[in-house]
Design a protein around this ligand. Sequence first.
Ligand code: AMP
Length: 310
Amino acid sequence: MSEILVVGSIGYDTIATNHGKVESIMGGSTNYFAVSASLFCKVNVVGVVGNDYQVSDLNFLKNRNNIDLSGLKKNEHEKTFRWSGCYEKSMNEAITLETQLNALAHFNPELPSPYRHVPYVFLANIDPELQLQVLHQVNRPRVVGADTMNYWIDSRLDQLKELLKKIDLLMINEGELQKLTLDWNAISAVKTASKMGPKAIVVKRGEYGFLLYMDEQYFILPAFPVYKVVDPTGAGDTFAGGVFGYLANANQDLTLENLKWACVYGCLMASFTVQDFGLNKLRQITLDEVERRRIDYLKLIHLNQPLTLT
Ligand code: AMP
């Protein structure tokens, strides 16, 4: 079993959906990614929180099995990153109402030395400048993946394009892919995105599942059907946690076949997150529940192949 390094945001979210509103709950791309991937293998976290980050929230990550926080810093002079968003007609895309970078705007990531040799690196949603800084400190990782969002496509396009040249796997949602490539057809947009650098692209399509593009081949599957989508926030990061967790758990290389199964796990993990606000559902899930949902999912897609998790 291998290990993962993740850098991304850790913060507080205020979210409004058709099912209600929650204020200042634990969120950020790293929180979702780490909770998801830690079901499969060890996750080493690089990030920053501010002086208002609650000890109980820190203890939640500290006490969770398989999460290492030696790369997490506290900035005593700044507040924690905060994001506020809502979902209107579509539960597939968040509308950002406010982003307060706070401690993230002053973050200077410095990796503890054992982190520099971690083979699976995920650069979760954060300033591409910081994603690049982390990437420059790691020693020839086996797989490097990254996520981004509209906020960074608008404000840091040059740095993002620089980053894309250096990663293996881009995980992006459909609206962001359109914005990045200026192409509204996902089938051709992934080709354009792959010419920007990444070997593989995973497009997250909310309730419609995902599209994987690698070696000029396409693979498309639906999401696991959920009766009540309460809050889709973090589904993308949870998906990425499932993908990387699966790959690192079995020491897999980035091949199309491996990535297909990794994305199935990504889909399953994301389907738990959307069933409640924030991390409420995801944090309770066990690997047994994931496996049970996998069996139902395989019935849904008529894909049947044995899989051994180490
Ligand atoms: P997702 O729904 O998977 O795309 O991710 C949602 C998470 O991303 C929320 O918990 C937010 O705190 C976080 N987030 C929103 N905007 C940003 C941003 N500009 N940089 C980093 N993280 C963000």
